[in-house]
Design a protein around this ligand. Structure first.
Ligand SMILES: Nc1nc2c(c(=O)[nH]1)N[C@H]1C(S)=C(S)[C@@H](COP(=O)(O)O)O[C@H]1N2
Ligand SMILES: [Mo]
Length: 355
């Protein structure tokens, strides 16, 4: 087992591409990005601290600015009416390695993105039961994991807040992933799932849900997961529009003139993906071809695109893909560099070898 003391690791997780052993940070391998729903064993993993070990019937506290605080065990949670969401979750640090200068932080390549089907109870259901009092603005969700970070003196625990006004009924306290028990590595026995937002919002190993009347300023809200641009600081929230090529893979060898099916995924947390364009020219004289989009799998899941192309000349060809969403967001040509290296959704280049 490649990572420390986490005895309940997934059976096949050695297939993941390990970015950091402990706490485990690991990417989905490129070949496994071909699945519409990523098998749980190869869903990317991001831990800021070592994985806590929680009892299967662990209890969550619901408190703060509410009329009736209560405790709820995971068993009780499972008895409440549940719902499912299929969600493409991307780590805000995905593709950080392409930024120059390279920011500190986990050196994620392109595999910190995966899609899963989550089953759970809307967070709203619990808040309604507790009775949110006037003046409340946010809900803080805390994880059971804690530890130290080099730039903080005190011991930190993982916690994040969400604004109450934007809390949709698709924000779940999930206890199942892909119709099986939620694995401990992914936050079992219970985690938050916030469709449309970068992964940091989906707090794993939930222990406490607290309603507050001031903006939460915890380390993972205010010191991390903020875009620190040279001239502004902006919180990281919804996932930016982005696309990836699944096939041809990086090591594929293609014959000159042969028709090639080029396909991949595109997602956006800000709207529906409405267009994907592909170019094989590279450089500024790129000619963009509009790809065919499959029907969406689900509102917050990636959307498959494909196009057929021929590469006449032998040698290396550079494929570029650019997605657009229903809000008019388009993948930028240039990386929007920021000090902590988040949200790189720039048009990506993939090399294709023709021989
Ligand atoms: N408690 C807790 N929740 C957490 C984290 C964490 O370190 N601790 N990491 C967050 C980040 S940055 C991401 S990208 C996602 C990753 O979820 P996964 O490991 O199931 O893929 O979990 C989020 N939730
Ligand atoms: Mo992340």
């Amino acid at each position: 087992m490649p990572h420390g003391s986490t005895g309940t690791a997934l059976p096949h997780h050695d297939e993941l591409l390990v970015v950091n052993e402990s706490p485990l940070c690991a990417e989905t391998p490129p070949s496994r990005l071909a699945h519409p729903i990523t098998p749980a064993a190869v869903h990317y993993v991001r831990g800021n601290f070592d994985m806590p070990s929680l009892a299967a019937d662990h209890a969550i506290e619901v408190d703060g600015l509410v009329g009736a605080p209560f405790r709820l065990t995971v068993r009780e949670l499972r008895e409440l009416p549940s719902t499912q969401v299929t969600f493409t979750m991307e780590c805000a640090g995905n593709d950080r390695t392409k930024m120059r200068p390279m920011p500190a932080g986990e050196p994620w390549n392109t595999g910190a993105v995966s899609t899963a089907r989550w089953t759970g109870v809307p967070l709203k259901t619990l808040l309604e039961r507790a009775g949110v009092l006037p003046g409340a603005i946010e809900v803080v969700v805390e994880g059971a994991d804690s530890g130290h970070k080099p730039d903080a003196t005190e011991r930190l625990s993982y916690g994040r807040s969400l604004p109450l006004e934007a809390l949709g009924s698709d924000v779940l306290l999930a206890y199942e992933m892909n119709d099986a028990e939620l694995p401990a590595l992914h936050g079992g026995p219970v985690r938050l799932v916030v469709p449309g937002w970068y992964g940091m919002a989906s707090v794993k190993w939930v222990t406490r849900i607290s309603v507050v009347d001031t903006a939460f300023r915890g380390y993972f809200q205010a010191q991390r997961y903020v875009f620190q641009y040279p001239d502004a600081v902006v919180p990281v929230t919804r996932t930016r529009v982005k696309s990836i090529v699944v096939s041809p893979s990086a090591d594929a060898v293609i014959a000159p003139g042969a028709e090639v099916l080029v396909w991949g995924w595109a997602w956006s947390g800000e709207g529906e993906v409405t267009k994907v364009e592909v170019s094989s020219q590279g450089g500024s004289a790129a000619e963009w071809i509009t790809a065919k989009l499959d029907a969406p799998i689900a509102a917050h899941a990636w959307r498959r695109w494909e196009c057929r192309m021929r590469f006449e000349r032998s040698g290396e060809h550079v494929l570029r893909t650019r997605a657009t969403d229903s809000r008019g967001n388009v993948q930028p040509e240039e990386i929007r560099w920021n000090r902590l290296g988040y949200g790189n959704n720039a048009v990506r280049e993939v090399s294709v070898r023709v021989v």
